[in-house]
Design a protein. Structure first.
Length: 103
């Protein structure tokens, strides 16, 4: 099985390309598990070199990365209050997958 980690981001302060997951991580899926009400201005960015990202994300939305994203995951958001919780699935290197749950 793949490794799944959860990340909780406080949206009470503005974020500008905040690194959620670093490079060489082989992200295969990102699930928006929780998103503060009225958080339409949150931008989810895949890859360090990406000039833009996904806007208007919503709770329950899933993003599949094919091939796996190796340049990281970032967010940009104004100070809106509340939280953003992401469940990120990783592919284990070498085809050997292990199951884990992190915070």
């Amino acid at each position: 099985m793949a490794q799944v980690n959860e990340y909780l981001i406080d949206l009470s302060v503005a974020r500008d390309r905040l690194e959620v997951v670093g490079r060489r991580s082989r992200i295969t899926d990102v699930y928006v598990a929780e998103l503060a009400p009225g958080a339409a201005d949150v931008v989810l960015i895949f890859g360090l070199e990406s000039p833009s990202g996904f806007r208007n994300i919503f709770q329950g939305q899933s993003f599949e990365c094919c091939p796996p994203e190796e340049e990281g995951l970032y967010i940009t958001a104004p100070a809106i209050g509340g939280n953003l919780r992401l469940a990120v699935t990783f592919e284990k290197a070498g085809g050997s997958n292990a199951s884990a749950r992190g915070a």
